[in-house]
Design a protein around this ligand. Structure first.
Ligand code: FRU
Length: 489
């Protein structure tokens, strides 16, 4: 039985979205193959799951405005992780325990019932945040549990910031991690349950060593090969936005022991990543392609925020992870252009002729063994006089892969950078997904990833190659124009 008050609020939100989506459809910054809300505000991915064969993404959503506001759960379904179909809003804040917002959470398949576990947020209440569940048989319409909240008090190790439950099953027992922080240290709190309704607190499964921030949002904990991976979105960690920690998980003691950590994505528009396991045995990660306190010019056009493309997580020696675009995205490829063995010099100009576009996949491979004091790479979204351009390049002195947005248009400026150490025999590989106002860059098979939003003029469509100081050899460059998934172009 659907809760009738909740259903009324869901209907109201669906109507608002229907009306506002007409304006967004005409926006030149709209993304062609990324999931964004039909209109208005989106932040964290929630409830990622493959359920009865179909992929589901839920997301933090304000259906009434392009600003963050009363959090609902938006919803979309895909058969292939590429083409998404918008569904009705799944959750609206409707009850005394979640009236301030249905905050982030996850989804599990409870014996054929799609079950969402989320945070009910109410400012000024003590506790401010509680954990709740909602269920669905058809995977589209959700009923909130009549005995919500299922976790109604903050345990001794937590604080009023107590949110973003992520649940998984291990040896037939449900486990939940919840993000929190106390005494200046971010913490992940661990619970156990037989039935998703009654939860026993175990203790902090991990906490900051003093250098990883004071509050940990959006935790994920999952096994990968012979290790476990903990993902957190730390607040107050010296500029780091979203990190993974690889280590060992001991279910008997309820403790995770850290061995290696790094940022997931070195771009400026990436946060709150969530993971799930699919029926091909892949752990897949999707992040919010956005970040708090950034300039989002599309708000003027009625929308804000998008999901990243889905990325497959692989464990590398030493505990490092790589993140690579799911191969299903190759379905989007249309016209293909290939260039081989080009020499790029400081005077090179229009190396690719008139090739241009704003919805592209690019794979470039550069030879690496010769260069000193050089910077070389690819220019995207260039205006005809190059006063506007976005640069993806490698600096041979600092050995950093960089994305330079200083001339990218009306959004935030700056350079994202991360070191890639290459031996003299290795080539540099850059894999790029450009989608109008988004740019995702994967360096050397996903060892370094950077997601950024850019807002150039619609007419700035040029692509070029450059080397600042001495010539470089491009081994090959593949460019594909990509189709839109929205069937409207
Ligand atoms: C992360 C976050 C979560 C919270 C949600 C609210 O971006 O702050 O901790 O549940 O956003 O929209």
């Amino acid at each position: 039985m659907l809760n009738s008050e909740h259903q009324k609020l869901v209907d109201k939100a669906n109507n608002a979205i229907f009306i506002d989506s007409k304006k967004v459809a005409r926006d030149p910054y709209r993304l062609g193959y990324h999931l964004m809300a039909p209109a208005n505000w989106m932040n964290d991915p929630n409830g990622l799951i493959q359920f009865k064969g179909e992929y589901h993404i839920f997301y933090q959503h304000n259906p009434f405005s392009p600003e963050w506001g009363p959090m609902h759960w938006g919803h979309a379904i895909s058969k292939d992780l590429v083409h998404w179909e918008h569904m009705p809003i799944a959750l609206a804040p409707s009850e005394e325990y979640d009236i301030g917002g249905c905050f982030s959470g996850c989804a599990v398949d409870d014996n054929g019932t799609l079950t969402l576990i989320y945070t009910g947020h109410v400012d000024g209440r003590d506790p401010k945040e509680v954990q709740c569940i909602a269920t669905s048989i058809d995977g589209i319409h959700f009923t909130k549990y009549d005995k919500n909240p299922v976790i109604n008090e903050v345990p001794v190790d937590g604080s009023q910031d107590f949110r973003d439950p992520k649940v998984w099953k291990y040896n037939n027992i449900w486990y939940m991690v919840v993000g929190s922080g106390k005494d200046g240290k971010g913490k992940v709190l661990l619970y156990r349950s037989q039935d998703l309704r009654k939860w026993d607190y175990i203790g902090p499964v991990a906490e900051s060593d003093g250098n990883k921030g004071y509050m940990w949002e959006c935790p994920n904990l999952f096994p990968l090969n012979d290790k476990h991976v903990l993902i957190i979105s730390p607040i107050g960690m010296n500029g780091a936005k979203n990190i993974y920690i690889t280590g060992e998980m001991d279910y008997k003691t309820g403790k995770f022991v850290e061995e290696y950590y790094e940022e997931i994505d070195y771009g400026d528009d990436f946060y709150a990543a969530q993971t799930f396991l699919d029926d091909k045995g892949r752990w897949i990660l999707i992040g919010w392609m956005g970040m708090w306190n950034t300039k989002i010019p599309t708000k003027d056009n009625g929308w804000a925020g998008a999901m990243t493309i889905p990325r497959v997580i692989t464990l590398l020696p030493g505990g490092k992870l790589s993140f690579q675009p799911v191969p299903e995205l190759q379905k989007l490829r249309q016209d293909h252009y290939r260039f081989e063995n080009l020499v790029i010099t400081p005077t090179s100009y229009k190396v690719l002729g008139d090739l241009q576009g704003d919805r592209l996949e690019i794979i470039a491979e550069f030879k690496m063994d010769l260069y000193k004091d050089n910077e070389f790479g690819i220019k995207l979204r260039c205006s005809s006089d190059y006063s506007e351009e976005t640069l993806v390049f490698y600096n041979t002195n600092s050995k950093e892969l960089c994305v330079d947005r200083n001339k990218s248009g009306i959004g935030d400026v700056g350079v994202s950078r991360r070191r890639i150490d290459l031996s003299s025999k290795e080539n540099l590989k850059i894999h790029i997904f450009l989608d109008c106002s988004s740019l995702e860059v994967f360096g050397n098979d996903g060892c370094v990833v950077m997601s950024n939003r850019i807002y150039p003029k619609p007419s700035s469509l040029g692509i070029d190659l450059f080397a600042r100081n001495g010539s470089v050899n491009l081994i090959s460059l593949d460019v594909w124009k990509l189709e839109s998934i929205w069937g409207d172009e």
